[in-house]
Structure formats: C-alpha cells, structure tokens
Ligand binder design. Sequence first.
Ligand SMILES: Nc1nc(=O)c2c([nH]1)NC[C@@H]1CN(c3ccc(C(=O)N[C@@H](CCC(=O)O)C(=O)O)cc3)C=[N+]21
Length: 303
Amino acid sequence: MTVQHTAEIIDGNAIAAKIRGGLKARVDKLVAAAGWRPTLAVIRVGEDPASIVYVGRKVRACEEAGIDSRQYVFPADVSQEEVIATVRELSAAPDVHGILVQLPLPKHIALAPVLGAISVEKDVDGFHLYNVGGLVIGDTVFPPCTPHGVMLLLDAAGVEISGKNAVVVGASNIVGKPMALMLMQREATVSICHIKTRDLAQYTILADILILAAGSPKLVVGPMVKRGAVVVDVGINRMPDGKLVGDCDFETVKERASLLTPVPGGVGPMTVTMLLANTVKSAERHFQREKGQAERIGEPEPV
Ligand SMILES: Nc1nc(=O)c2c([nH]1)NC[C@@H]1CN(c3ccc(C(=O)N[C@@H](CCC(=O)O)C(=O)O)cc3)C=[N+]21
C-alpha cells in the first residue's frame, strides 16, 4: 500500500513578512547612523494597469520598511532619450540608492540602453549587464528579485538543492535564465525548458525541484510531476473572471508534490521583498563608501 499526502503549501506572505521585519531593523540602524533613509526611484512609463498595481505595491512595501521612494511617471509616448536622461540623473544623484525601471516598456523604447544607463551600484533589479555577468560567475551584489526570492523560499522551507534535479520551465531574462544559474550555483543539475521544448512532460517528470515561469495557466498538470517534488509556481495569469492563477493546475499538482507555492501568496510577495533587500543593501554600501571617504578626508597629512 502506498500512502499519499497532499503537498504542504509554502506561505510566501509569512516568509516575506519575516524577512521584511529584519530589513526594517537594518533600515532603522542605518538611519540612526547615517541620518538619511534608503531611497528607491521607480520609473514607470505609460498607464498599463498591471504596472500601476505592481508599482503601487512596491511603493507601499518601501513605506512599511522605512524606505523612501520616488515615482517618475512618463506618458506612453515619451522618447527613449528622455527616459535615459532621467535614469542618468538618478544614477548620479547622491541621495538615490536604488533605481527600478518598471517593465515592460513601450515597444518604441529599446531596453538595453535604458538598463545600461542605470548605475551598477544602484541596480536593485539586477538587470544591468554587469550584474548579469556577476550572476553568471556566481558573485553578484544585486541578484534579480524574483529568482532570488525563489531561492530564499526554498531555503526557508528547508529544501536541499545540491545534487537534485531542477527543471526550470521558461527561459526569460528576468526569471528563467537567472533562476537556472542560481540553482546551478547551488549544485543542482539544471534543465531549462522553453516555448520550443518538445514533450515538456519528459523533463518535468524527472524534476525534484520544478520551477514554473512560463506564464501559461495549467501548463503543468499532476501526472507531469514526480511524486514528492517541490514545485515553485512563478506564473501570474489573470483569468477572464479576474482570478489570479499560476502555471500549474493547483488541484492535481497538489496531489503529487510534497511542497507547493500558491498563486497569489507564494513567489509574488518574495519578489517585492527582494527589491527591498537590494535597496537596503545598496544604501548600506553607500553609507560604507561615504564613511570610508570621511575617514580618508579626516586622516592627518603625512609629515
Ligand atoms: N523592473 C521590474 N522589476 C520587477 O520586479 C517587475 C517588473 N519590472 N515588471 C513586472 C514584474 C512582476 N512583478 C511582481 C511583483 C509583485 C507581485 C506580487 O506581489 N504578487 C502578489 C499579489 C498578486 C495580486 O493579487 O495581484 C502575490 O502573488 O501574492 C507579483 C509580480 C515584478 N515585476
């Protein structure tokens, strides 16, 4: 007889709240020492309703953690040059520690020059090529928020990664690719599936850790999942009835997985938390540089 258990559901909101508590304490300590607050600049272009909601959520999370935020909102037909000029100004501003350009941008704006204009020291999304390169060699200051949030969820749930078969479904620059690199860095054997993958099930069935980041509702159903697998669902799909669902068929996957993240309430809150974490880290690094400089200025002249 085999005994089957339904998956334990990982509570992303609870794990995120705990991490945010720790971040708030670091902010308080920094404010006491430095006399200024960590500050995040958010650039939003156009009136995409989802972007407005996401940015609003990030701004509120900043507030709750004691981080100042500033919003720069442009009309959808703003020129690429104007956006880049703003990013350059913010990159040079001494009182801004994090810069986030909300994606997606309108089609007439090329992403690479905009992201390239973000100071690597303020790149709290981890999208600048310098930070992408750091990730490739396993040594980055600002890991991209969503995949980093997934790693912390796995760690908080006590999931062992080294030596496991990890399968990432989705190969985007902001989730799938960096996710695969982070899992590989932790010594998982990683497979990446994408839109052209034939017979997805023959990969997913081997996964001890299955990460879904395809943006396709019910892409993965129970029979495609190895019994006892850990399934992290990064998908966010808005259904016609307004309901939010992930990339897996929750009810059938729940019968096969040992651990499963819900949508909403799984990875989403961790993404926002990692943005806060990177912003606090950036501000702390700024303070250390400032202090280092003050000490150098204060040094007596050699006789
Ligand atoms: N430069 C940039 N950086 C990003 O990190 C970025 C971006 N652009 N563009 C859009 C995506 C999407 N994203 C999410 C943030 C929070 C939730 C989130 O908080 N979700 C909650 C609530 C979901 C809801 O009810 O709407 C949850 O899943 O429980 C989801 C998704 C960040 N993104």
